[in-house]
Write a protein of this length. Sequence first.
Lengths: 251, 94
Amino acid sequence: MKSEHLYNYILGIADNSLILGQRLGELCGHGPSLETDIAGTNISLDLIGQTRSYYQYAAKISGENKTEDDIAFLRLERHYKNVLLVEQPNTHFGFVMGRQYLFDVFHLLLLKELQLSKDETLAAIAKKGIKEVSYHKRFSGDWVKRLGDGTPQSTAKMQEAIDDLWPYTQELFDMTDSDTAMALEGVGVDVSKLKKAYYKEVTDLFELATLEVPQSTYFSRGGKKGVHSEHMGYLLADLQYMQRTYPNMQW
Amino acid sequence: MDNNWPLWEVFVRSKNGLEHRHFGSLHAADEEMALENARDVYTRRNEGVSIWVVKSSNITASNPENNGELFEPAQDKVYRHPTFYKLPDQVKHM
């Protein structure tokens, strides 16, 4: 393999998009209105489209006879590197938008740096994704504002969602060994440097949304190292069912 | 929730130089949400370069009951179509 670190680095980015795309995909046909349902599914398809570009690249440099599908469908839970935030299960619409927003802000900051990568393929994928992710953030941020600054009931539910999601935010800025190695080579992004901008942007929006910034001091982490929450197994069972049941099946 | 959201009419310009055409309608709480919803519902297959949304209640429509007096008198006025002029051969591109 060209570089174990590069391979792991690509999966670290792509797995977030795959798993969040899968979560949003679960809601296809279940959105609160036709319009928001289509919007959520659009975002899901954007994320899965980005995932495919990353996985195709990862498959190419793996040196084995891997395809994008092998990477998406045939890994064990411990081999997925997504953050805990994106695997949290769908509850109510405010929670889904809160989860989306907390990821979108990070995602856009990341891609804006990644487009400057010395690795041309990664830079190109990032550049293409920026427009999509800018829209995701606009959409989810709008909803966090609307619900936060809405009726007493919507404010309470949005606040509760943010409180529940907050402990998953710090993991976004943890550096794995591959992250550090790739950042040193000018290929990867030093995500720890995005932290300040992230919390500034998020807390500014919470203020507009009349939401309290959670004061939690406990933060959950582990997803990046493959240690996932109890929800991940069920998600993967859904995601992998077809390939596990009918190996090598093609559409 | 939908029942509380007003209806909006969506107009999309499919490419520069063409006019905005009526594409359909949707529900949204305000202009901003109407634009976002229109983008997601009507332009996700590359249909447009510009969107207008207007609250359906702001549109004044003709009453179908009046169709007789409004439109029928035009049916037998064939001379209003410019089809009675012989064009000289020299005139091209008409």
